[in-house]
Design a binder for this molecule. Structure first.
Ligand SMILES: [Zn+2]
Length: 176
């Protein structure tokens, strides 16, 4: 019997949310979308995910209103996936998961998130300690942390070595 996707006995908002984003790969697809990945092939090379799984996750995230599918080229038809407000609202969850992983499982600091306006590293609740405000997602700048591989193999990871704001589309360098 296949494992069901719902938690029918649970009266719980966490269970309800996990029915939407609790499948393997789903939150990593959302993470990449918030980092600025938009195109199928860019998700594919950055995640190293099986094609069928990526297609299924993108379809489900679009159906749930977390990503918005937009055609950017007619011939041949090509779509890109842009986070909606509902998708952007997952950022604090993803950041908390990352902080939890680092704190409890000894991960090194791979990325640093800071307030683009003033350059201060964000606190654990997404706040800027210098400005005293919660920083809106588009104003969060990500920069490589000390443990990040300085010479990654795929073009998306290479593009992410440059400081960039969340949501800003990634400009991958053309293949050499
Ligand atoms: Zn600030």
């Amino acid at each position: 019997m296949a494992l069901g996707k719902d938690y029918a006995t649970q009266e719980c908002s966490i269970a309800r949310a996990l029915e939407i984003v609790g499948e393997r790969w789903t939150l990593l697809v959302v993470r990449d979308a918030l980092y600025g990945v938009r195109r199928y092939n860019d998700f594919l090379v950055h995640l190293g995910i099986p094609r069928a799984v990526l297609a299924a996750r993108l379809q489900a995230l679009t159906a749930e209103g977390i990503l918005d599918k937009r055609r950017y080229q007619q011939s041949p038809p090509r779509d890109e996936y842009v986070p909606t407000d509902r998708g952007i609202a997952l950022w604090p969850t993803l950041r908390s998961l990352g902080l939890w992983g680092r704190e409890h499982f000894g991960e090194e600091k791979l990325r640093v998130f800071r307030h683009a306006d003033c350059g201060t590293e964000l606190g654990p609740y997404g706040e800027c300690p210098a400005c005293g405000t919660v920083v809106p997602v588009p104003d969060v700048e990500m920069v490589p942390g000390p443990a990040l591989d300085p010479d990654p193999a795929d073009p998306i990871s290479r593009a992410l070595l440059r400081p960039k704001r969340l949501l800003q589309p990634i400009e991958a360098e053309p293949a050499a």
